[in-house]
Ligand binder design. Sequence first.
Ligand code: COI
Length: 381
Amino acid sequence: MRQNTDLENLAAQPIAAADELAGTFEIQPHNALASEEEHTRIFANLGFGSDFTDYMAHATWTAGKGWHNKVVEPYGPLTLDPAGAVLHYGQETFEGMKAYRHDDGSIWTFRPTYNAARINMSNRRLAIPEITREDFVASIVDLVRADARWVPSAPGTSLYLRPFVFASESFLGVRAASRYEYLVIASPSGAYFKNGLQPIDLWVDRIYHRAGPGGMGDVKTGGNYASSLLPKVRAAEAGFDEVLFLDAATNTNLDELGGMNIFVVMADGSVKTPALTGNILPGGTRSSIIQLLEANDTDVAEEAIPLQFVLDGLESGDVAEMFACGTAAVVTPIGRLASEDFDVAVPVGDKTAAIYDELTAIQLGHAEDRFGWLYKIADAS
Ligand code: COI
């Protein structure tokens, strides 16, 4: 039997209901809400991460006061001194979450205590003050309640939530800052990839790594994503959707895609995913998929997966499917793996689709929430 990770154990601790947390972030007046025409225009063509809601949650941390000024305020540009520490040394962490509209009009989110635990794991690594899990979940509740009209209901859509923290002290010395901002912004979204659930083509990069031993690869900080961008540009120029990174220690084992974890489905029905070595982000979607598969009596191995094992398995037929997963990307089939010396098709099969269906059915309230993952933010209004 698999042992829960520390994050999974923290996430499983009970948290107060939304009505008890509501009001922690005090709503500020807004005199320029988006018009109904603007709302309709945005909802008619939902992509990923390019349109934003009326409000944002915001709090500030200073040494004397801790986290204070907790508000939900009009969405808009921030004022930041050019010497703001985040602009120079990247002291920043973030999360990705979603709010879903159920058929009865109520609004829910998925495992918010997992994200609360993970942002604090990231904060500890980046020497950023922690946020209480109650404040973290309250910021989601208060923002989403204020922005309720931005939670879409069409199939495959959701309100994508982006909590983040950054060092806002104006100071050029290299040390942990003495002032931070915590914000949550929200973006009504459709599929992460513009071709929806079409299989994606991966370039396996043997030159660059996103993170190395002792680095920050297991936490959610902008630097890990910044290091993935040049490889991604080069891969896109060659016609690939994403980059698959190998481990920095041996350059032989699968790590992750930068913004997504990876799974390999074997022909015997068992499933493998790279072990959490400290270089891989412990994805909430990864964790949920492992638990769903195990509950369905599927063998899941979290272990080192050599690239050569995958290439041999694709040739012999032992590897049946591969998919990527993450909050934004949900479950996305992989259709091709290539690098300087190979270019192979990956079969697309039923298991990936079944996992997508099972996970999204829970998120949308269409299947029993066996693990208690759903958190109700608001009733239908
Ligand atoms: C998410 O899946 O929510 C992330 O934060 C990753 C990013 C690729 C959008």
